[in-house]
Design a binder for this molecule. Structure first.
Ligand code: KG4
Ligand code: ZN
Length: 335
């Protein structure tokens, strides 16, 4: 059990400005402001992201405090995403956190965004370790072997695109707007997942690859639209369902291989794509099949959020792993 604490979590690594209050291990507020400015560009524009973070970070922190019925003086630590992410975006969160920590004289905690996605599972679950966790987001696809709360090792990785990108690029190809993941997932609900087939890629061990399936969708659409210009509009639900089905199978296949080899106590999914209903169902079915426990975060803790940053921060606070005022953001994963 962690010591009594009230932690402000701050997240600004990509296009969500977020703040949350974790009070004695209970999330009292979790505020996320998603930047709409990127939609018309079909992807995140880093410079616009930094500017939007700069204008929303203080109002978002204010809302998180207000909803938790707290003031700055109640805080015992500030936890902030230190990386990986967009440098300009990270700087906004980190510099705000540094200023608050100095002004309030409370510890500053730098959190690894990917470890925080895993920590999202600890918010509502008493997780049994070792946990085999699949991290699926817009920037990463990893299989992670978690032996204790913040002790984890990456055992599988995507060798090219992340699965979130495979969703988002498919959304762009089909003109569904950005981000494509939630749109594809919605359209897939009324489609036949077995109507079309998309190929898996050959990868080593527990690694993933999504560039091939993305290219195969591109040629599939091009060839079929040559034959029938209305092909996409007539089949959009079935295409989304079949494409989603293929992606979910690619993920579950690697997870299942690691599950058989390593025999964990539990399995889980985290990150933005863990909001996908087909993937959530597939994970639960896999757990049933192998007689193990499965964990999935609530929807609000799947995509980028600050509750997971505060939660990860609570373990680092317990272990007194603080960030120095001179420490800098890291854009890429530290090796
Ligand atoms: O974790 P996240 O919010 O940001 C990163 O750290 O990257 O993940 C964002 C990704 C996007 O690619 C988005 O399309 C995907 O999560 N996503 C989904 C769903 N909701 C979000 N993908 C498939 N189905 C969903 N329901
Ligand atoms: Zn993320």
């Amino acid at each position: 059990m962690n010591q009594a604490s009230t932690i402000l979590g701050i997240e600004s690594s990509c296009d969500d400005t977020a703040a949350a209050i974790l009070d004695n291990e209970i999330i009292l507020s979790n505020i996320t402001s998603t930047q709409k400015v990127h939609e018309s560009f079909g992807g995140v524009v880093p410079e616009l992201a930094s500017r939007a973070h700069q204008s929303s970070i203080i109002p978002v922190i204010d809302s998180a405090l207000k909803e938790a019925n707290m003031s700055l003086q109640n805080l015992s630590a500030i936890a902030v995403t230190q990386g990986p992410g967009l440098m300009g975006s990270l700087m906004v969160g980190i510099n705000t956190a540094k200023a608050l920590s100095m002004a309030l004289n409370v510890p500053l905690i730098g959190v690894n965004h990917l470890q925080a996605h895993v920590a999202a599972l600890y918010i509502d679950n008493e997780v049994e370790f070792p946990l085999l966790c699949l991290l699926v987001s817009g920037g990463h696809t990893q299989l992670i072997w978690v032996t204790n709360f913040m002790e984890m090792e990456i055992i599988g990785n995507s060798i090219d695109d992340a699965v979130g990108e495979a969703f988002d690029k498919a959304g762009k190809l089909m003109g569904l707007g950005y981000p494509g993941g939630p749109q594809i997932s919605k359209l897939a609900e009324n489609g036949n997942p077995l109507k079309f087939t998309f190929p898996d890629s050959q990868t080593k061990n527990y690694d993933f690859s999504f560039s091939g399936i993305k290219t195969s969708l591109l040629y599939f659409l091009r060839d079929n639209q040559l034959a029938d210009p209305d092909f996409l509009s007539k089949n959009v639900n079935d295409i989304c369902a079949s494409y989603e089905f293929s992606l979910v199978n690619m993920l579950i296949k690697r997870l299942e291989k690691a599950l058989k080899d390593l025999n964990p106590k539990s399995i889980g999914i985290v990150g933005g794509v863990s909001a996908n209903k087909a993937l959530r169902t597939a994970l639960n079915q896999t757990a049933l099949k192998h007689n193990t426990t499965s964990y999935i975060p609530q929807f609000q803790y799947c995509t980028d959020n600050a509750a997971m940053i505060a939660k990860a921060g609570s373990y680092l606070l317990r272990d007194k792993k603080f960030m120095e005022i001179s420490d800098t953001p890291f854009a890429r994963i530290k090796s």
